[in-house]
Design a protein around this ligand. Structure first.
Ligand SMILES: Nc1ncnc2c1ncn2[C@@H]1O[C@H](COP(=O)(O)OP(=O)(O)OP(=O)(O)O)[C@@H](O)[C@H]1O
Ligand SMILES: [Mg+2]
Length: 568
């Protein structure tokens, strides 16, 4: 996957996680907020219930209208509060709990109202009982009055104790003298009603207390439940936050590690290898992994390194060639200077040589014309020796002048094999005389050479002449032509002559080095050959073994580096 996609996905994941965490945290906070509101509401309801209960106690104790009114007022507020609870909070509290609370309050209100009504009817009943009692007391006499007063005593006991036993005692007291008295029966009926009222009051009081307790329990439980829920939600939120933070931290570390492995590490390695390259060390390459931008950067870097290395190698090669050329140039310049110097010397020597030759001739003429005298023949022999020496000196000076004379290069295209056959032709007679066998191994279809034919002829004439001089009668010489490539032809001249001792090998290309007998060699042949071949851009090597033979290998460039008309 591409780095930019990797980065995009990593950061998107990171942001998504943070958003999810924020969403859940916000949700939890909202829940806590709603729960807190419901707790506050439930607490308010609890407080109102407490107030109701306070006035309920007063009402039950003093049975006064004020307390009842207060209870009613608080109950109205309570109902209003409960009805005003928003649906979402009702849901939070729980619809069942909410309905139960509402029903309990209605039930409580119902009981309180009943109790108030009961109290009101009791007052009436008490008055009726009292009035009927007084009326009967006034109309009864003697034993009847005594019995009735006893009954009234029981009535008073009922009013005081309001218990069942006292009522039963009242009911069971039924003296014969009062039986069948309708007024007494009415009185009894009124007392019974009063007792019933007492019973109802007791029953209602119990119901009121139990309903009130139920109301308290419901609100308490609700408040407790909500608080517990808040506590649980807070703990859950804390855990969620901790988990989210841990996940974000771990993900952050993982993303960082991945990015550092995918981006920072390769860049560090690139830096390391770049430093090595700067020091000229091309031994290390980048390891290409994957297909992302870093991988293509690594590939491009490797290509760049390879190209740099190639450039470095070709630069080194060019420098090597350049220094070779420079050395060649220096050598050529040296040769040219030496040639100029030698030509000057040769030229200067030529004039005195001519005078010596002329004077020696004059001396010879005078001597021949003059009469015989003692030592005349010796003088004539000495003059001949002068002639010989002058002749040798002339040969040397001519050769020197021939090499170092500033001639124009004449470039032409020719077949090297033809030229070798031509040269072989020059030595035909000499080789026949010495019974030397010549082998011409000339490779067919060699590229045509574009060079200075005259100078190349001189090169091979010198080498073949040396080979003829080195072999004994009946020896053999082989000339082989071959080409390594389109630009260079190799010519090998092998002989089975006396060879060159190892010590002499290093001097053979130096001017005037000769091992030939006095007067036979000038020692200039190979030095001139070397100069020419180097000038033409070629090279010359020699391999030799004493008594086995010598091989000269001449590398002839197909295209000479010299241009027509150049002066060497
Ligand atoms: N094919 C060969 N076999 C053995 N020695 C050789 C051969 N070619 C050259 N030499 C040695 O190298 C020396 C130098 O050769 P170079 O051609 O320069 O001079 P030279 O032949 O002695 O004199 P010149 O060339 O003037 O006749 C020779 O004297 C000879 O000792
Ligand atoms: Mg020679």
């Amino acid at each position: 996957m591409k780095i930019r996609y990797k980065l995009f996905f990593s950061f998107s994941l990171y942001i998504l996680l943070a958003v999810i965490l924020a969403f859940f945290s916000y949700n939890e906070l909202r829940t806590i907020n709603t729960r807190l509101t419901s707790v506050e509401l439930v607490d308010d309801i609890s407080n109102i219930i407490l107030e109701v209960r306070r006035y309920e106690k007063n009402f039950l104790l003093f049975r006064n209208e004020e307390s009842f009114k207060e209870i009613r007022a608080y109950l109205t507020t309570l109902k209003k509060n409960i009805d005003g609870i928003k649906i979402e909070i009702v849901k939070e509290i729980g619809t069942n709990e909410y309905t139960l609370m509402k029903n309990t309050i209605t039930e409580y209100e119902h009981h309180i109202n009943n109790l108030a009504n009961n109290l009101r009817s009791r007052e009436k009943l008490t008055t009726e009982v009292e009035e009927m009692g007084i009326l009967l007391e006034q109309n009864l006499h003697g034993k009847d009055l005594d019995s009735f007063l006893t009954l009234r005593k029981h009535e008073k006991n009922i009013m005081l104790s309001k218990d069942q036993t006292t009522y039963e005692t009242f009911q069971s007291f039924n003296p014969l003298n009062l039986q069948g008295n309708s007024r007494i029966e009415t009185y009894r009926g009124l007392v019974s009603k009063l007792f019933e009222n007492y019973k109802t009051e007791k029953d209602l009081t119990d119901k009121i207390r139990s309903t009130a307790r139920e109301m308290e329990t419901i609100t308490k439980n609700l408040s407790k439940k909500e608080r517990e829920y808040i506590d649980v939600t807070l703990k859950k939120s804390g855990k969620l936050l901790l988990f989210g933070l841990l996940t974000i931290i771990i993900l952050g570390i993982v993303i960082n590690m991945k990015l550092s492995r995918n981006i920072a590490h390769p860049i560090k390695r690139l830096e390391g290898i770049t430093k090595k390259i700067a020091k000229g060390d091309f031994s290390e390459m980048m390891e290409v992994k994957g297909t992302d931008e870093i991988a293509s950067l690594e590939m491009s870097f490797n290509q760049m390194e390879k190209q740099l290395l190639d450039t470095k190698i070709s630069l080194e090669h060019a420098i090597e060639k350049l220094s070779e050329k420079q050395a060649q140039l220096v050598e050529t310049a040296k040769l040219a200077t030496l040639g100029t110097f030698a030509a000057g010397v040769a030229h200067e020597i030529n004039n005195p040589l001519a005078i010596i030759n002329e004077k020696a001739g004059l001396m010879k003429d005078i001597l021949e014309m003059s009469e015989d005298f003692k030592h005349k023949d010796r003088f004539l022999n000495m003059i001949d020796a002068i002639f010989k020496s002058v002749k040798r000196c002339r040969t040397i000076t001519h050769r020197i002048l021939g090499f170092s004379r500033k001639t124009e290069v004449s470039i032409e295209t020719f077949d090297l094999n033809d030229m070798m056959r031509e040269i072989a032709g020059f030595f035909e007679k000499e080789m026949l005389y010495k019974s030397i066998h010549l082998d011409l191994n000339l490779k067919e279809n060699l590229p045509k050479v574009k060079s200075d034919k005259g100078q190349l002829q001189q090169v091979f004439l010198n080498i073949i002449k040396n080979a003829i001089d080195a072999v004994h009668d009946g020896g053999s010489i082989a000339v082989t032509t071959d080409n390594k490539d389109e630009n260079m032809i190799n010519v090998a001249i092998r002989d089975n002559g006396h060879g060159i001792p190892e010590k002499a090998l290093q001097y053979i290309f130096e001017p005037f080095f000769t091992t030939k007998e006095k007067g036979k060699g000038t020692g200039l042949g190979l030095s001139i050959t070397y100069g020419i071949i180097k000038n033409l851009g070629g090279d010359i090597h020699v391999e030799s073994e004493v008594n086995k033979g010598t091989t000269f290998i001449v590398e002839v460039p197909v295209n000479s580096e010299l241009t027509k008309g150049e002066i060497v």
